[in-house]
Design a protein around this ligand. Structure first.
Ligand code: 5AD
Ligand code: SF4
Length: 477
């Protein structure tokens, strides 16, 4: 028997009772005074946070709120914060600061702050002291307790600071209000055990815990039945899926097993996943992708650095040789795969030679895309205390060179797409030009074309006429 660490049903039942009580209050106000109550959910950070925000919105809808896109309209504002880099924290604090005026204008408004930033004790304290109009704070371990917090706040009026749970468990059955009707996130596990020395995540999201396979497969099946076409399985390190739920005889139902089972669901859809850790990306997983019907030929494999000594200092547990072996096997088994990566520049003690080694790896691997980050010291992580922090000016120069190198590679990778006909899932008008429609290819590349409203959420055949660094341009055929 495999043991998955799931919150007891009784706890979720308790939260459902709070949801029902708040719903009665919220809908009561609507019936008697015709007042609709609105909730606004603001998200910072990664896809995991976006998925959590859809749960926050789901709970709000179950509590009777309507979701709005204007904070000034809201009766409840939830700020879902990120802690992965300093910049994300500063942005969230600045937004929370701006909400003071909204609260002054509408004193009944509730403001809650949740997510990774406020799972850190010093940030929770900071909110307590510097943002007295914030009504409640809850960390990542207690997201499921949002209804209880809101109800207690309404009843008692006191500000609330939800303590972190002793053990981080999987909360099944939280309602989800999805933003899209054709792209969906499905969390398959939470937390991280890796403790890369630069990273705050293991401190703010607890240890790895996997959802039960049946729960995940049922969720994906339902999404496919509802017409979802692009489903991304989420976890900090999906390659560790199932390892926390080993059976007595040591048997593991791992990520490759899960992916193979999901692939059996009939329908016209892509399955994607992120994020993979190179130390655990197995040939078994790559074989499943190669042999699958629905797994998109796209792989996000964060390399972080191309220098073996920096990888060691980062506690990544692989070297460039292992990384290249994985890429070679992936390209052998899935020749049209697009590969993307995360890169950090300016990790403590990174020398010019280390940085050159990263550029060399970019040229060798030829990533289709990279997401590059300037190293940002995070309180209480080992790297923040390391000697030889790199000056900002050098970090900035390295970042520019990295982007220059990668942009040339991306263009070189995109050029052969010209003249090809590819399958594209249409998202709608592009951000910069409403007359041009935007979508994503199987490889997750942005494709721009002349679409119309009826194309949104559909797979289209697009002939690529021009390839540029950040996008492919084409026409519907
Ligand atoms: N500084 C800069 N980038 C970071 N990342 C994680 N922690 C830090 C940090 N302290 C990057 C890594 C990770 C991505 C999600 O964010 O590249 O893969
Ligand atoms: Fe952070 Fe490393 Fe865990 Fe990714 S694997 S969340 S980078 S500690």
């Amino acid at each position: 028997m495999k043991e998955y660490r799931i919150l007891p049903d009784a706890e979720m039942q308790k939260q459902n009772e709070y949801i029902a009580k708040i719903r009665a209050l919220v809908l009561g106000a609507k019936e008697t005074a015709g007042e609709v109550k609105y909730a606004f959910v603001q998200t910072f950070g990664c896809q995991q946070n976006e998925a959590d925000s859809e749960k926050i919105a789901g709970m709000c809808v179950a509590m009777g709120y309507e979701i709005c896109s204007e904070p000034a309209l809201a009766d409840l504002i939830m700020v879902n914060t990120c802690a992965v880099r300093e910049h994300a924290e500063q942005k969230a604090l600045s937004i929370i600061g701006q909400y003071k005026h909204l609260k002054n204008a509408k004193p009944d408004m509730l403001i809650g702050v949740c997510g990774c930033m406020v799972t850190q004790e010093h940030r929770k304290e900071g909110i307590k002291h510097s943002y007295p109009y914030v009504d409640f704070v809850l960390g990542t371990s207690s997201l499921h307790r949002l209804p209880e917090l809101i109800y207690t706040k309404i009843q008692r009026g006191k500000r609330l600071y939800c303590p972190e749970e002793k053990e981080y468990l999987v909360a099944e059955g939280i309602p989800i209000h999805r933003e899209s009707t054709y792209r969906a996130w499905v969390s398959i596990m939470y937390g991280c055990n890796n403790f890369c020395t630069y990273c705050i995540v293991p401190y703010v999201r607890g240890r790895e815990r996997s959802r039960r396979p049946d729960d995940i497969i049922a969720e994906v099946r339902e999404l496919v039945e509802q017409g979802y076409k692009d489903i991304t399985l989420l976890g900090q390190n999906v390659n560790s899926y199932g390892k926390d739920a080993k059976s007595d005889d040591g048997e593991i139902y791992d990520f490759a097993d899960l992916l193979a089972d999901i692939d059996k669901i009939e329908g016209d859809y892509y399955i994607r996943f992120m994020t993979s850790h190179p130390k655990d990306a197995s040939n078994k997983l790559i074989d499943v992708i190669a042999e699958s019907k629905h797994v998109a030929h796209q792989f996000h494999l964060p390399m972080q650095s191309g220098s073996d000594s920096i990888l060691k200092a980062m506690n990544r547990h692989y070297d460039t040789e292992k990384y290249l072996r994985t890429v070679d096997y992936l390209r052998k088994r899935v020749p049209d795969v697009t590969i993307s990566s995360d890169i950090i520049v300016g990790f403590p003690s990174e020398t010019d030679e280390d940085f050159e080694a990263t550029l060399d790896m970019l040229r060798r691997v030829k990533f289709d895309m990279t997401y590059s980050f300037i190293y940002s010291p995070r309180k209480d992580t080992p790297a923040a205390a390391m000697d030889c922090q790199i000056p900002d000016a050098i970090k900035g120069e390295r970042m520019n060179r990295l982007l220059e190198t990668q942009n040339a590679i991306a263009l070189e990778k995109n050029k052969p797409m010209e003249g090809r006909i590819i399958k594209v899932l249409c998202d709608g008008p592009s951000k910069n030009n409403e007359n041009v429609y935007s979508g994503r290819s199987e490889g997750n590349k942005i494709v721009l074309f002349d679409g119309d409203e009826s194309d949104i959420g559909k797979f289209l055949s697009i002939k690529i006429t021009r390839a540029e660094t950040f996008a492919l341009y084409g026409e519907k055929i």
